[in-house]
Design a protein around this ligand. Structure first.
Ligand SMILES: Cc1cc2nc3c(=O)[nH]c(=O)nc-3n(C[C@H](O)[C@H](O)[C@H](O)COP(=O)(O)O)c2cc1C
Length: 148
């Protein structure tokens, strides 16, 4: 059983639904999960934890408002994430040149702080007719051996 911190960046709710679907899947796999809808770095355990980041991209490649503060904290603080594992799920739209920049950039930021990426980010293109909740839940289920 792993302890998993789910960190959400969402403006319109889509990434939040994806995060909640992943949380349900992870709970069913008997992991211990906590959802952070207004993430604050000092409130989120990191030692020997898994961080799952679900974020959309807004503006022109920008972070959703609710996760910007967390990203600023992470950027500014010296934090050693070498015992933390991470996985990132992005929601975006491929009609933007800045497709899924927030997910790509936070993933790079986490790695720059020493975080151990479990798998390359899953990037959903919302231009396509997809069900990101279902796809993300299946993707998370497939990672079960790497989560424990
Ligand atoms: C004003 C606006 C700007 C957007 N900018 C981008 C962008 O730069 N890159 C991208 O990949 N998607 C962009 N999108 C698409 C959103 O990321 C996508 O609709 C996503 O599903 C929204 O998720 P959310 O409901 O969690 O905020 C933008 C959407 C809106 C409405």
């Amino acid at each position: 059983m792993a302890s998993i911190q789910i960190i959400v960046g969402s403006m319109l709710g889509g990434s939040e639904y994806v995060a909640e679907a992943c949380q349900q899947t992870l709970d069913e796999l008997n992991h211990q999960t906590t959802l952070h809808l207004s993430p604050e770095l000092s409130d989120i355990p990191y030692k020997d934890q898994i961080w799952l980041v679900c974020t959309s991209t807004h503006g022109a490649g920008e972070y959703p408002d609710n996760i910007q503060h967390f990203v600023d904290q992470l950027t500014d603080q010296e934090i050693d994430l070498s015992t933390t594992k991470c996985i990132t799920i992005g929601l975006g739209d491929s009609s933007y040149d800045t497709f899924c920049y927030a997910a790509k950039n936070i993933n790079k930021l986490l790695i720059s702080k020493g975080c151990n990426q479990i798998k390359e980010p899953l990037l959903h293109d919302m231009q396509q007719d997809i069900d990101p909740e279902e796809l993300s839940s299946l993707w998370i289920s497939d990672l079960k051996d790497q989560l424990s």
